[in-house]
Design a protein around this ligand. Structure first.
Ligand code: AAO
Length: 512
């Protein structure tokens, strides 16, 4: 417990580890491929009222535009310049989004692609989101400007110039990741250009960055770039606030580069989290939910104050990146709601919820041939708006997991129990578990193939509480299950294994 408090304080104590959430909010949502105008509206109409802390947005800078395959989502991971016009919108729309989200207390975190520019076979011309000319073969990007001098060429020792062996540290950092032209971040000029781009965003009001592909950059180079960053805009953040930095480093163990090399610089993506949680909820390899009593550092994850956690991300929900087939996504909604519910109930890490779009999957020999398909789009390739259905879910192929009642309500749960310890653990030595968060919240899961019917000590004050999974509190009644907590804190829970959602959660603000 002491260790928990210490690491939490330590983590938040490091300046670039603090997400600067407002008003006790705790959760980030990745609105993958959303347009800026839709995000601005979503901040005002949904994210702020429901207590979400911030949005991770897709890369806002100019990117390549590809015809073959047609407008893949991943074209945005191929920068052409640092102009702020992308598939999600113009600079004007970007500024409007940041302003409107900040004004309602929702932070914006930018996905910063600073390791590379476009692929080496990206051609020459104006196939870019703002129409800027570039030449991949000449490594010429006049809109930055970068020229051939600004890329790692002679430093890379592989015959192809690409990363061929993840066991060779220098190769991973000095050669091209999937042929993407690798910026020479050791050069003062490149560092200055990258920092100028990030500072422009900071000055406009963003709260921080998801830094893409950090494994492929030397920690010292990143430290130099981060050291050049401005403090956050004091219109919306306290004076002297440092930008929140969370770094994408895929470390499932067993590779020469470890996430530990980056934790002094900012938080790091804990990829083991979703990979393991997937195995637990799928009951693969003898995993059981009861083993998660020690979830967090006890499972070999990085320390709490350094971690950003997620059940799936935009890569591994479609077979890119890492984690493999254990990753649970919206395609398995029942398991997904439980896994996200577990993450949001548990105190470990800064949590990020994924918000996706549907695509037509096409598996051939276990591999999805359509994993490249971009967001719902119009004939001309422009991204579609996110329309709302009468029941407040999203239409036109946008999944909006963050609007699923169970997930929204668990994001609220996380806010209500913020700062409370993990308490009152119970398990049946199988896949039925329960735990509390001090006297502010309690959650019970039944992922076994039989019913749960048990009286548990919730640690909560006596009273009648609304389950926020099967429904929620609506005035002075519950729209779903009702849980009676006796004055001694005990309550009877019944969850049949056929329940639509076999878990129950109550918290201080769901009390009648
Ligand atoms: C596209 C095409 C390429 C083409 C390129 C250039 O697909 O064929 O060559 O354009 O023309 C995204 C897409 C890419 C796309 C790229 C650019 O995913 O398909 O390439 O945009 O448009 C590595 C990196 C990690 C990266 C991940 C995808 O370390 O940083 O690959 N993620 C980020 C973004 C991602 C983006 C980029 C980076 C590039 O989130 O969306 O790419 O900006 C091991 C290593 C990992 C490595 C994976 C790659 O993982 O550890 O570091 O990730 O391999 O597969 C087990 C192991 C695990 C291993 C895993 C592999 O689980 O335990 O360690 O297997 O599956």
């Amino acid at each position: 417990m002491k260790l928990f408090i210490l690491t939490t304080l330590f983590g938040l104590g490091l300046p670039q580890h603090n997400p600067h959430f407002k008003d006790g909010r705790t959760t980030i949502v990745h609105l993958f491929e959303w347009r800026w105008s839709d995000i601005a509206a979503e901040c005002e109409r949904f994210l702020a009222p429901k207590g979400f802390g911030g949005v991770q947005i897709s890369p806002p800078n100019e990117h390549i535009v590809l015809d073959n395959p047609w407008r893949p989502w991943w074209q945005r991971y191929q920068p052409i310049s640092y102009n702020l016009c992308s598939r999600s919108g113009s600079e004007k729309e970007f500024i409007d989004m940041v302003t409107r989200c900040n004004n309602v207390g929702v932070n914006i975190y930018v996905d910063a692609v600073i390791n590379h520019m476009c692929g080496s076979s990206g051609g020459e011309g104006n196939h870019s989101s703002c129409g800027s000319w570039f030449s991949a073969s000449k490594k010429d990007f006049p809109s930055v400007p970068y020229s051939a001098w600004d890329f790692n060429v002679n430093k890379c020792r592989t015959a192809t110039g690409n990363i061929e062996n993840y066991g060779d540290i220098a190769q991973v950092r000095d050669c091209r990741l999937v042929s993407l032209l690798d910026l020479a971040l050791e050069k003062d000029y490149v560092r200055a250009k990258v920092a100028e781009f990030m500072n422009k965003l900071i000055d406009l009001g963003v709260a921080g960055f998801r830094v893409d592909a950090c494994k492929h950059m030397w920690p010292g180079d990143l430290q130099n770039v981060y050291g050049r960053l401005h403090n956050l805009n004091s219109t919306w953040f306290p004076n002297h606030s440092r930008p929140f930095i969370f770094q994408e480093v895929i470390d499932l163990g067993g590779e020469v580069i470890s996430s530990r090399e980056y934790i002094h610089l900012g938080r790091v993506t804990e990829f083991k989290y979703g990979a393991k949680l997937g195995k637990v909820f799928r009951k693969w390899q003898e995993e059981k939910l009861c083993y998660t009593r020690t979830w967090g550092e006890g499972w070999g994850f990085m320390s709490d104050g350094n971690a950003i956690v997620f059940v799936d991300n935009h890569d591994n929900q479609r077979g890119h990146g890492a984690g493999g087939s254990s990753i649970i996504t919206f395609w398995d909604p029942r398991l997904y709601k439980m896994a996200v519910g577990y993450m949001l109930a548990h105190p470990y890490g800064v949590a990020r919820v994924m918000s996706s779009y549907r695509w037509n999957r096409n598996f051939v020999n276990g591999k999805d041939q359509s994993d490249w398909l971009g967001p719902p789009s119009n004939i001309n390739g422009s991204t579609k708006a996110v329309p709302l259905n009468p029941d407040q879910t999203c239409g036109d192929g946008w999944v909006c997991e963050h609007r699923w009642r169970q997930i929204t309500n668990m994001a609220i749960f996380r806010n209500v129990v913020n700062g409370q310890p993990h308490t009152n653990w119970w398990d049946n030595q199988s896949n039925q578990v329960a735990f509390g968060r001090g006297n502010r919240g309690f959650i019970v899961f039944n992922n076994d193939g039989w019913d749960l019917d048990v009286t548990l000590n919730t640690g909560m004050p006596g009273g009648t509480y609304c389950d926020v999974i099967s429904g929620q509190k609506d005035g002075n009644r519950c729209t779903g299950k009702q849980i009676l907590v006796r004055n001694d804190g005990n309550a009877l829970f019944k969850i049949t294994y056929t329940d639509e959602d076999p878990f129950v959660a109550i918290h201080a603000e769901s009390k009648l």
